[in-house]
Design a protein around this ligand. Sequence first.
Ligand SMILES: Cc1cc2nc3c(=O)[nH]c(=O)nc-3n(C[C@H](O)[C@H](O)[C@H](O)COP(=O)(O)OP(=O)(O)OC[C@H]3O[C@@H](n4cnc5c(N)ncnc54)[C@H](O)[C@@H]3O)c2cc1C
Length: 480
Amino acid sequence: MVDDLEAPPLTAISGWGMAHHARTRHLRPRSIDELKEALRTARTQGWPIALRGAGCSYGDAALQSEGLVLDCSRLNRILAFDEQTGILEAEPGVTIEQIWRHSLPLGYWPPVVPGTMFPTLGGCAAMNIHGKNNFAAGTIGQHIPSFELLLANGETVVASPDKNSDVFFAAIGGFGMLGVFTRIWLRLKKVPSGDLMVEAIQCPNLAAMVATLEAERTKSDYLVGWVDAIGGGRGLIHRANYRADPSPEATFRLSHQDLPKRFFGVVPKSWLWLGLWCLLHRPGMRIVNALKYWAGARAAKQPAHPQALVAFSFLLDYVPGWKRAYRPGGLVQYQSFVPKAAAESVFTELLRLSKEAGISPFLGVMKRHRPDPFLLTHAVDGYSLALDFPVRPGTRSRLAALARAMDEVVLSAGGKFYFAKDGLLGPTAPPRFLAEESLRKFGELKARLDPEGRFSTMLSQRLFPAGFAGAASSPVPHLV
Ligand SMILES: Cc1cc2nc3c(=O)[nH]c(=O)nc-3n(C[C@H](O)[C@H](O)[C@H](O)COP(=O)(O)OP(=O)(O)OC[C@H]3O[C@@H](n4cnc5c(N)ncnc54)[C@H](O)[C@@H]3O)c2cc1C
């Protein structure tokens, strides 16, 4: 049974970036029956429900301050894996880490992974995540043959591209607004090696980054660009292709994949965030970025080197708890997705605006994307730039003003935003980057599948205070 179902204690809970907080009822059911019971209780009590996986969305997408946060992370059983087809059947709380640990020794890798291995499959489907192979493999939803969705009234809908297809294309990427994924099937990718061959390419500016990503995408399995946003947009692109591996059994082994526990074999990795904390100011990050850029210049002269899939895919997990370096205010990530023709000029302008505001993004990451068929998709035929900004008491209102100025640049160029990262937009933005028709269809499904509007988060309340059918009538202030 779920503990204290009728009166769960109030718990302090945050978005991953530690800049959005709520004090809320937090339930963590251990079975689908307990989940159903929690839904029934929420209905009886009139509580709105925010679904939550691992809580890795940066902002307020998995938060709720008035009702209940229903955490699916304990529903974490892998139910089946077919070695012939590569199809995995799992509960929603299974993490990306659980999946690769199960499948890689058998020669399979998740088709799409985020930059960290800790998110759950349910959370990834709800946000329709992309990886460093988005330009080739699309989003995770394109590898989900079907799922089961538990509605607020306790009924279950099975959906696939052929069956209840309207639900399929809306619930994937539907940020937990229509129902709870209780079972997901995912088609994994058979890989020739547990290693990638990785090369660094040095790019002196944003124009070179865009041109290189464009030129490399037909020859690469994975591409990711690191941008020195303090240094004006120079950066490094890492290109990775699967290794032609004569004995893949060795590289498939978990012992080959596990990230080292110590840095340089000496420093415990759990201390590293402290070092980062000491450097987390503009002069410190200017030096770190310059060193990284010039170290990359040397690496760019070297031939491709083998790197384990886990090390390449989850670089950010190398430093456990690195986000603690951003305490006490936390961080927000500003990720915009811009059609290819406008990308260079828009990203140049975003960096110029942040420089003018005197607020430096400490990390910048650029990726190439392609469109997908999901109703609320964030993907474009173009590029994304993700900028990590520290949130500090003295800069909160300036950061909000900067975000508003940057929103205008992105939206005017036909760009989009991504709910998994957002914590800053106001309600007038979604109708400018999501088609009216898509919002109308989503609104109709919401009315059909969740007529009481039970599924609701701080993000949905912030961005869609008037529902999903049309533009918000009046803007509300940005949160930071
Ligand atoms: C360091 C880092 C790197 C990242 N890199 C990437 C990246 O490269 N690409 C990318 O696309 N994303 C990336 N992300 C974002 C992350 O992949 C998404 O936010 C993902 O949704 C997190 O999954 P989660 O399990 O933590 O879900 P949560 O953050 O807890 O929830 C996400 C959404 O899913 C809903 N939800 C959760 N469980 C269910 C369920 N069972 N049924 C229905 N809805 C549910 C929630 O209501 C919420 O709207 C990154 C995040 C971090 C912290």
